[in-house]
Design a protein around this ligand. Structure first.
Ligand SMILES: [Mg+2]
Length: 223
């Protein structure tokens, strides 16, 4: 088997946070600027820095890197409590089974728009943080394809092979995951446990489209 790096998206793919991420964004904006009505857009497939930028723009605030960093620091402070109290938080179907089956065969990493601290907090609530030793994160880049590439490079290093020698498989739940995967010449498995309906995912050109990660086709496509 060719050296393989698998990069998992988080929200809608590994876990559902039951709105905790969005709530933490709103609380951060409320704390900093006294309003929380700037998030009237879908977060799915976005990156933390892009979401922060759009919210700041909507609120008529400056959007320099420093402004975005400051906003995300406050967001991260709110994220732990919103996660801890989220009643609908869930590790999605098939996640444990797939990770168990992949262990020891591929490099298992993350490819997520979450900044790393937020990513780790979201996974820790479900007890699966320790399954991912590396990744590409929202703090690596605002653009999804660029952060996936960062994860691919780290995964290749983990396997001790050149990035160009590796097969990269992205697992995600939105058309943006598929587009970003294709932009770095990765394969993409799209799973309909997040915001996008399965018919929409079927139109993306993903290698595999599945209802959830329990589908045997998912594991078969990776190993
Ligand atoms: Mg997602």
């Amino acid at each position: 088997m060719r050296a393989t790096v698998v990069l998992f998206d988080i929200d809608g793919t590994l876990v559902s946070c039951g709105g905790a991420g969005r709530r933490a964004m709103e609380l951060a904006f409320l704390e900093l600027f006294g309003r929380d009505d700037v998030f009237d857009f879908p977060f799915g497939g976005g990156t933390d820095r892009a979401i922060a930028r759009k919210a700041l723009e909507n609120g008529g605030r400056p959007t320099s890197d420093v402004d975005i960093d400051r906003f995300l620091d406050v967001y991260l402070r709110h994220l732990s409590p919103t996660l801890a109290t989220s009643e609908k938080y869930a590790v999605l179907p098939g996640v444990h089974e797939l990770l168990d089956a992949l262990e020891g065969h591929v490099a298992i990493g993350l490819g997520t728009g979450n900044v790393e601290r937020g990513a780790r907090a979201k996974l820790a609530r479900g007890g699966i943080d320790g399954r991912f030793s590396f990744g590409g994160f929202g703090c690596d880049h605002e653009e999804r394809a660029r952060l996936l590439e960062a994860g691919a490079v780290r995964g290749a290093k983990k396997l001790g092979v050149a990035r160009g020698e590796c097969r990269i498989v992205v697992v995600g739940d939105t058309p943006r995951d598929v587009q970003a995967a294709h932009a770095i010449d990765a394969e993409c498995i799209a799973v309909a446990t997040g915001a996008a309906p399965i018919e929409v995912l079927r139109d993306t050109g993903a290698s595999i489209v599945a209802g959830d990660l329990l589908a045997p086709a998912v594991l078969a496509a990776i190993v």
